[in-house]
Design a protein around this ligand. Structure first.
Ligand SMILES: O=c1ccn([C@@H]2O[C@H](COP(=O)(O)O)[C@@H](O)[C@H]2O)c(=O)[nH]1
Length: 257
């Protein structure tokens, strides 16, 4: 399935950020079962599953095998997979990151860091174009300190808007119909930034993390994908299937009604 089809699905993204200490004496086996059941129950009602690479890397080789298994299962269920890795490096290494997460591992889309410049992002865009995937470039992140760099003024507007304008131009070459494969991350904790980026980048899919645990509210709009990790995966602070399904239901209600 082409990643851009995610934009016609319900706009909710399930963040999978597993914390082994919450999963009892055999954490990996429990994470595996819990996530499978959650994905199976929610797949038709989600835009995508977002796997935070850091949490799987922290589990070592078994964690990476689990990531592979869960991401592959999501794809088989018809659910697009976003790998949240915030990768970025010089072009030749960016090529390897892109191959790793958009080809070798079954990612439909990857989050990337723009600090090295547009030439270093191009390998990600090209890989997405080859694979029918997507790229989400960090523009305005959800954390309280994101303004330290991202809000610095550049020719009369904050840096994140300067970046949004550049990515909209760059993304034109990767556009298919309304949407480009070049998307951006904008924290749901900054609704005014979401509106400003949308204004400057009308063809960019926007991934909005920070819903729930970080205080972000569900926002409605074309091309917006709302992501919640702890609030959906660990409602009440622990794995709880019934509560997770109820939390998803409540968020979906707020997003589609
Ligand atoms: O600006 C950003 C970019 C990425 N993230 C990631 O999203 C989830 C948020 O987890 P919650 O439990 O819903 O707070 C996590 O994987 C972050 O690394 C983000 O929060 N903000």
């Amino acid at each position: 399935m082409d990643f851009l089809e995610a934009l016609s699905r319900p706009p909710l993204v399930l963040g999978v950020d597993p914390r082994p200490m919450l999963h009892g004496p055999e954490p990996l086996a429990h994470i595996r079962r819990y996530t499978f059941v959650l994905l199976e129950a929610l797949a038709p009602r989600l835009a995508a599953a977002k796997f935070q690479l850091a949490f799987f890397e922290a589990l070592g080789p078994e964690g990476m095998a689990l990531l592979w298994e869960l991401a592959s299962a999501s794809r088989v269920m018809g659910l697009p997979v976003i790998f949240d890795g915030k990768r970025g490096d010089i072009g030749s290494t960016a090529e390897a990151y892109a191959r790793a997460y958009l080809e070798a591992f079954p990612g439909s889309a990857l989050t990337v860091n723009p600090y090295l410049g547009l030439d270093a992002l191009k390998p990600f865009f090209q890989a997405a174009s080859r694979t029918g995937g997507g790229v989400f470039v960090l523009a305005k992140t959800s954390n309280p300190g994101s303004g330290f760099i991202q809000d610095l003024p550049v020719e009369g507007r904050p840096l994140y808007l300067y970046l949004a304008e550049a990515l909209e131009r760059e993304g034109e070459g990767y556009r298919e119909g309304t949407w480009s494969r070049v998307g951006m991350v904008v924290g749901a904790t900054y609704p005014e930034a979401v509106a400003r980026v949308r204004e400057r980048a009308p063809h960019a899919p926007l991934l909005l993390p920070g819903v729930g645990a970080q205080g972000g509210k569900p926002l409605k709009g074309e091309g917006l994908l709302l992501a919640a990790s702890r609030a959906l995966y660990y409602p009440g602070g622990r794995p709880d299937l019934k509560a997770a399904l109820e939390a998803a239901e409540a968020l979906l209600k707020a997003l589609v009604e």
